[in-house]
Design a protein around this ligand. Structure first.
Ligand SMILES: [Zn+2]
Length: 235
């Protein structure tokens, strides 16, 4: 299968579904990652233009660690993600068509900040538009409106998973990938005293506790027709 995970900022997919993406890749599926925002405002000292470039490189290193075939960067400035912006919808449509996504993963529509919520809506909109024959982008229309999974919210707040993936074998890959986002990890450790790796491990451990394994990630399937499925698509 072609798996397309679309997150907002360059490190969001590692946090929400990195272990699952690594599992998909290990099982021989084609994994593609895409971040809509470029992460240019995620630091108080490094200026946006420089930070955007650094974070793009970090996302590529992280994608390689997880086994992704390609990391797309839609390069929208932080705090400017907008699900009604035609240019942004077109960019997501183009990625879905180029990848020929069989499964799409994105943020939950009730995550903690606006860019995440807008990314969720953007992906919901674009995954429908990608199938429409006369909606033109560079790649040809792709007829499948792919099943859409919502990944966990930040810290798992307000999110009750319906399906779990056992990431016990890929938790260290997930955390390794997360460490590639050096500007974020270092800044939070030094400036905020937050060990974000421990934060993410804790959520995976909690989801594991719920599902009877050591580490897990949780998901919910989008219930809009025709995205429902009769079989399990998560690893
Ligand atoms: Zn984010």
């Amino acid at each position: 299968m072609n798996i397309l995970a679309i997150g907002c900022h360059p490190d969001d997919l590692e946090i929400g579904c990195g272990g699952t993406l690594a599992l998909y890749a290990k099982n021989g599926h084609n994994v593609y990652m895409c971040h809509v925002a470029n992460g240019d405002k995620g630091h108080a000292v490094i200026m946006p233009e420089e930070l955007g470039k650094l974070r793009t490189a970090e996302a590529e290193a992280s994608g390689a660690t997880l086994g992704a075939k390609k990391v797309y960067n839609l390069n929208v400035p932080d705090l400017m993600v907008d699900s009604h912006n035609e240019k942004q919808v077109n960019a997501v449509v183009e990625v879905i068509r180029a990848v020929k996504a069989d499964v799409i993963i994105t943020h939950s529509p009730d995550d903690y900040m606006r860019d995440h919520v807008e990314t969720s809506l953007l992906v919901f909109n674009a995954s429908f538009s990608a199938s429409i024959p006369h909606y033109d982008t560079t790649s040809k229309p792709y007829p499948l409106i792919a099943p859409l999974y919502y990944m966990d919210t930040l810290a798992g707040v307000g999110f009750l998973p319906e399906e779990y993936t056992d990431i016990t074998d890929t938790i260290e890959i997930k955390l390794d990938a997360l460490e590639k986002h050096e500007t974020q990890m270092k800044w939070m450790r030094v400036h905020d005293g937050i060990d974000f790796s421990d934060f993410v491990r804790t959520v995976s451990k909690f989801r594991g506790l719920q599902s009877g394994v050591k580490y897990a990630e949780g998901f919910r399937l989008c219930k809009g027709w025709p995205r429902l499925v009769t079989k399990r698509l998560l690893p």
